[in-house]
Design a protein around this ligand. Structure first.
Ligand code: FAD
Length: 649
């Protein structure tokens, strides 16, 4: 039986959900195929959204019209702004989610998105055909230098996607496919010596798609990640633990409530200052491991699959298992354990900080030694999972594979870890697949100075990760620009031009910009003693609320508008300096490299540079310079070669 779609999205995790939503919003008929449709939007591990740098990405996704921020706002059971003791540039919004409500909310949004058809089943094969030449065009972009006035092949791929085949024989024809298979490709779960095939607990692995990707010429790698035990709430002695409450005045991820829109169902006030989460809020708790716990772990290291050699793939260094921490930080006598409720509907408590693949009986021996957990009942043991991924040097910054036109990869399959990283890639792939179907070209990218999403994709395609890639603020050289408070100013217009930002969001956004502009002119005429109100606000120890106390005339300004002005004023000097740096980088970014350059023939270029350029096929000289192992001298040789070629055309 054959069915026809514009786009098939394979996988209903965080990448797949955003990809399907974005592509359908752009007018495509989308099939979202998932092994178990009831688990679309499931949180495999930590029941939380956001955090440092990740929270900024959620707000970027929201500004571009994506779903993660809205779903998190509707289902958060504790909201906290992390890093508040530091400057607002590095604040990171985070929420504890009710993981069942979150998945239901994602499913609800997808169900209400015209154009998305959910299909239950396993994609076993990708069907491709020899591609006809997609033609040539003359590059003539406004920002481009002379180098871009070059004949430019629209695609160098000789294969093109034409459909997917499901395990039960059904065929879905399509013009683009997005693979977002997460940890499921040949997934193998480990708890001590015991091994079970599966993508996450209780769910089967996808067994045949890896072989198909390899036959298409894609080089696969294997990575691993782990998850901690889950405990029964009623078996924990909370009296011994330190409680960790959420913020007294929580802030939503989505910008819609701030614009006065109905971003979150069932919420109270329309303005962010008085925003009320839709769900009941709860506390988390903190406890600690001890030297005795570490002794037991050390005594059983040979039974932890990573150390016994049972798992040879690489895990996330920044999100290590408790056995990793005990070995790597041998002098530490204790590590924090955060006890986090997974849902208001169940008694499951997630033990953040002790992800482990130690045998079940060792987990049972060490948990009662942790304060508060003396009688803890384990609902599910911790485990590690190994899975196949595709080295992202084989995708373009649009997330389309270089080998197969119309085949996109997004999420954990590209070597990343985390819901937010996956969702952001899903959004990018969904946009590009839709543009390919509608306009014949996948051409949407974000710059490093524009969004964390741009930083992540650029990192992936220039420095393929050797361990699961997670976003940090330190990865962004322009992080004063990439704040959580201004993601809308950076990206709403981009989303509107793409066709993803609906009227309500756009009108609210324009209203906010107008309110900021008029508030700035009011402020310009106000003084506090012998200084202007703006100079007073510039002081690091003065907040917007402090200014309003001593300058009541500023009290008429909406607090969310005032806080935006405060950040702008405090950072204006730094931002002006970064703007100059960004302008310098932009020159390199605008120098585009045509497809099909034969790097082996470039005279005077180091062999290592030739091979790196041939592997990564950079899009611009700026991107070429960021490839690991490439020097400025290599890029100069390349630039001279391209210049000569351009003149001889
Ligand atoms: P997933 O959310 O995994 O979704 C994949 C989807 O693809 C599923 O819906 C599945 O049904 C579907 N699928 C797969 N193959 C097929 C097929 N052939 N046909 C049809 N459907 C298919 N992240 C962290 O940041 N920190 C952690 O500590 C962490 N620990 C983790 C521990 C475990 C045990 C697991 C399983 C994951 C962990 N993660 C962690 C990763 C986090 O879950 C992922 O980063 C995130 O879910 C990836 O999103 P995704 O959309 O790429 O894939």
């Amino acid at each position: 039986m054959e069915h026809e779609f514009d786009i098939v999205v394979i996988g209903g995790g965080h990448a797949g959900a955003e990809a399907a939503h974005a592509a359908a919003r752009l007018g495509c008929a989308v099939a979202l195929v998932s092994l178990d449709p009831t688990r679309i939007g499931a949180m495999s591990c930590n029941p939380a959204i956001g955090g440092l740098a990740k929270g900024q990405m959620v707000r970027e996704i929201d500004a571009l019209g994506g779903i993660m921020g809205r779903a998190a706002d509707a289902t958060g059971i504790q909201f906290r702004m992390l890093n508040r003791s530091k400057g607002p540039a590095v604040w990171g919004p985070r929420c504890q989610s009710d993981k069942y409500a979150y998945a239901r909310e994602v499913q609800r949004i997808l169900g209400e998105t015209a154009g998305v058809t959910v299909v239950g089943g396993e994609v076993a094969e990708l069907e491709v055909e020899e591609s006809e030449d997609r033609g040539w065009r003359i590059e003539d972009r406004e920002t481009a230098s002379s180098l871009s006035s070059i004949l430019h092949p629209l695609s160098s791929s000789s294969l093109r996607i034409r459909g997917v085949r499901l395990g039960d024989g059904r065929v879905l024809r399509c013009r683009a496919a997005i693979v977002t298979t997460g940890t499921f490709l040949r997934g193998l779960m480990h708890t001590g010596e015991s091994k079970t095939e599966g993508g996450r607990v209780g769910e089967a692995a996808a067994k045949t798609l890896s072989g198909c990707l390899a036959r298409l010429g894609l080089e696969l790698g294997r990575l691993k990640t782990g998850t901690p035990p889950r405990l029964h709430r009623d078996s924990i002695d909370f009296g011994k633990l330190e409680a960790q409450p959420g913020d007294v005045e929580p802030l939503p991820f989505s910008y819609l409530p701030e614009y006065g829109g109905s971003g979150v169902r069932g919420q109270g006030s329309g303005k962010s200052g008085g925003w009320k989460p839709a769900m009941r809020q709860v506390e988390c708790w903190i406890t600690n491991t001890s030297e005795r716990v570490h002794e037991i772990i050390r005594a059983n290291l040979h039974r932890a699959p990573m150390y016994s050699g049972q798992i040879q793939s690489t895990g996330p260094r920044y999100c290590p298992s408790i056995e990793d921490k005990v070995v790597r930080f041998a002098d530490k006598t204790g590590h924090h354990v955060f006890l986090e409720p997974e849902s208001l509907e169940t008694a499951e408590i997630y033990c953040n900080g002790i992800s482990t693949s130690l045998p079940a009986e060792v987990q049972e021996e060490l948990l009662p030694l942790i304060p508060g957990l003396e009688k803890a009942k384990i609902l599910r043991h911790g485990y590690a999972v190994e899975y196949d991924m595709v080295w992202p040097s084989q995708i373009r910054a649009t997330l389309e594979t270089k080998k197969v036109a119309g085949l996109f990869l997004a999420g954990q399959i590209n070597g990343t870890s985390g819901y937010e990283e996956a969702a952001a890639q899903g959004l990018m792939a969904g946009i590009n697949a839709a543009r390919l179907v509608k306009n014949g070209e996948a051409d949407f990218t974000l710059r490093r100075d524009q969004a964390y999403i741009g930083v992540m994709v650029d990192d992936l395609v220039t420095k393929p990760p050797t361990e699961p890639y997670r976003m940090f603020t330190s990865r962004a050289e322009h992080r004063l620009h990439l704040r959580n408070d201004n993601a809308d100013e950076r990206l709403t217009k981009v989303g509107r031009d793409l066709g993803l930002v609906e009227d309500a969001r756009w009108i609210g956004f324009e209203g906010m910009l107008g309110a900021v502009a008029s508030a700035q002119s009011v402020l310009a005429g106000l003084r506090v003693g012998d200084v202007t109100a703006v100079d007073y606000l510039r002081r690091s120890e003065v907040s917007w609320e402090d200014l309003v106390k001593v300058c009541p005339a500023a009290g008429g300004i909406e607090p969310s508008v005032g806080r935006r002005i405060e950040v702008r004023v405090k950072y204006s000097g730094y931002i002006a300096r970064q703007d100059q740096q960004i302008a310098r980088f932009a020159q390199m970014e605008s120098k585009l490299i045509p497809n099909g350059v034969d790097y082996s023939k470039i005279l005077g270029m180091r062999n290592e540079a030739k091979s790196k350029f041939a592997t990564f096929t950079p899009r611009s000289l700026g991107q070429a310079l960021r490839i690991s192992g490439i020097t400025p001298a290599d890029v100069t040789v390349l630039a001279i070669h391209l210049d000569r070629k351009a003149k001889s055309v």
